[in-house]
Design a binder for this molecule. Structure first.
Ligand code: UFG
Length: 340
C-alpha cells in the first residue's frame, strides 16, 4: 500500500517513515529539504533496509504536485508533515507561513479530490489551544486566538480540513495535535537536526552539553509553577511516530467516527524546564551551564494534555518517559557531534 509522506526527511516525518517501512508500507516522500538533509534517506535505509522513493520540491508548486499524483495514481493516503514551524520566524515573516503551510495543504486536498484519494493524517499542534484556562487540555478545550501566524496556520489548517471533509464525502482526515516532540530513534541514526541556533529547548540542551553552545538560557523563572519555570508535555518522537501509523490505519480501515477527527498526542505529564534540565543531567552525567533569564515573548506558562480520548479511541498511549527522551536525544547529539 502506497503512502505519500510530505516532509518525510524532517524530524517527525523521518521517524514515521521508518515505522511505515517496518510495517511494509510503500513510502513516497516529498520534501523540499528547506529544513532537513537528503542524507536522512540513507539513515532510513540503514535502519530499515529499504529505500523510500524521494522527490525534492515545494508543495506550494501546484504543477509539481499534480504531476506527482498523475505519476502515482495508487497513493492510498497522505501523511502531511511538510510545514514551516518556527514560531518567532512566523511573526517576522507571516506570509511565508501562510503560503507554505496553507498552499501546500490546499494543493494536496485538491489532488485528493481529483484522484479520489480518501485519507489524510495532518500534523497539528497543541499551539491551537493557546494558553488554556483549564488543564489538562482535552480535545474539546476551545481554541484561543492564535499567539503567532504559525499557530494560526494550524488552526486554519484544521478549519480547512473540517470544511473539506464536510463538503467532499470521499475525503476524511485525522489531525494529530502534538504537544512537545523530543528525543530520537534508538539507533541514533535519525533525530532532530535544527538548522542554525535551535529555538527549541532540547536541541539547545544537547548542543550546550556537546560544547556547541556556551550556555542555555532558561526563559522565565517567575511562572506560576512549582519551580517557577514553564511547563510542557514532552513526548518521545518514536511514540508520536507510532500514533501516526495507528491514525493512518484507522482511516484505511474506515474506523473513524466522523470524517474529521482530532486527537491530543502527549504523555499527560506536565514537566518544567528545570525538571527537563535536571533529567538531562541525570541521564547524561553532564552538568549543564545554564542561567535563568527573562520570559520569552509569546510563551505560554503551562500546558499538558488530557490523553484519554487518544488512549481510548486510538488504543494508543505514550510508552517512553522523560529519561528515554533525554537519553536518546543525547545519544543522537553525541553521534552528530562526534563525541565518544
Ligand atoms: N526554552 C528555554 N530555553 C531555550 C529554549 C526553550 O527556556 O533555549 C523554554 C521555552 O521558553 C519553553 C520551553 O522551554 O518554556 C519549551 O520551549 P520549546 O521552544 O522547546 O517549545 P514550545 O513549547 O515553545 O513550542 C513547541 C513547538 C511549537 C509549537 C508549540 C506549541 O516547538 O512548534 O510547542 O505550544 F507551536
Amino acid at each position: 500500500m502506497k503512502i505519500l509522506v510530505t516532509g518525510g526527511t524532517g524530524y517527525i516525518g523521518s521517524h514515521t517513515v521508518v515505522k511505515l517501512l517496518e510495517q511494509n508500507y510503500e513510502v513516497v516522500i516529498v520534501d523540499d529539504l528547506s529544513n532537513s538533509e537528503e542524507s536522512v534517506l540513507d539513515a532510513i535505509k540503514e535502519i530499515t533496509g529499504k529505500q523510500p522513493l524521494f522527490y525534492q520540491f515545494d508543495l506550494c508548486d501546484s504543477v509539481k504536485v499534480a504531476e506527482l499524483f498523475t505519476e502515482h495514481k495508487d497513493i492510498q493516503a497522505i501523511i502531511h508533515f511538510a510545514a514551516s514551524k518556527a514560531v518567532g520566524e512566523s511573526v517576522q515573516n507571516p506570509l511565508k507561513y501562510y503560503r507554505n503551510n496553507l498552499d501546500s495543504l490546499i494543493n494536496l486536498l485538491y489532488q485528493m479530490e481529483q484522484h479520489s484519494i480518501s485519507n489524510m493524517v495532518f500534523s497539528s499542534s497543541c499551539t491551537v489551544y493557546g494558553q488554556p484556562d483549564k488543564l489538562p487540555v482535552t480535545e474539546q478545550t476551545p481554541f484561543k486566538p492564535a499567539e503567532s501566524p504559525y499557530g494560526n496556520t494550524k488552526q486554519v489548517g484544521e478549519e480547512i480540513l473540517r470544511d473539506t471533509t464536510n463538503a467532499i464525502d470521499q475525503i476524511q482526515a485525522i489531525a494529530l495535535r502534538y504537544f512537545n516532540p523530543v528525543g530520537a530513534h534508538e539507533s541514533a541514526l535519525i533525530g532532530e537536526l535544527p538548522k542554525g541556533v535551535p529555538n527549541n529547548l532540547v536541541p539547545f540542551i544537547t548542543q550546550t552539553a556537546a560544547g556547541e553552545r556556551e550556555q542555555l538560557s532558561i526563559f522565565g523563572s517567575d511562572y506560576d509553577t512549582h519551580d517557577g519555570t514553564a511547563m510542557r508535555d514532552y513526548i518521545h518522537v518514536v511514540d508520536l511516530a507510532d500514533a501516526h501509523v495507528i491514525a493512518l490505519e484507522r482511516l484505511l480501515d474506515t474506523k473513524q467516527k466522523s470524517s474529521f477527527e482530532f486527537f491530543n498526542l502527549g504523555t499527560g505529564n506536565g514537566c518544567t524546564v528545570l525538571e527537563t534540565v535536571k533529567k538531562f543531567e541525570e541521564v547524561s552525567g553532564v552538568q549543564l551551564n545554564y542561567k535563568l533569564t527573562d520570559r520569552r515573548p509569546g510563551d505560554v506558562e503551562k500546558i499538558y494534555a488530557d490523553t484519554s480520548f487518544a488512549n481510548k479511541e486510538l488504543g494508543w498511549s505514550a510508552k517512553l518517559g522523560l529519561g528515554d527522551m533525554m537519553a536518546s536525544a543525547w545519544k543522537w547529539q553525541k553521534r552528530i557531534s562526534k563525541i565518544d
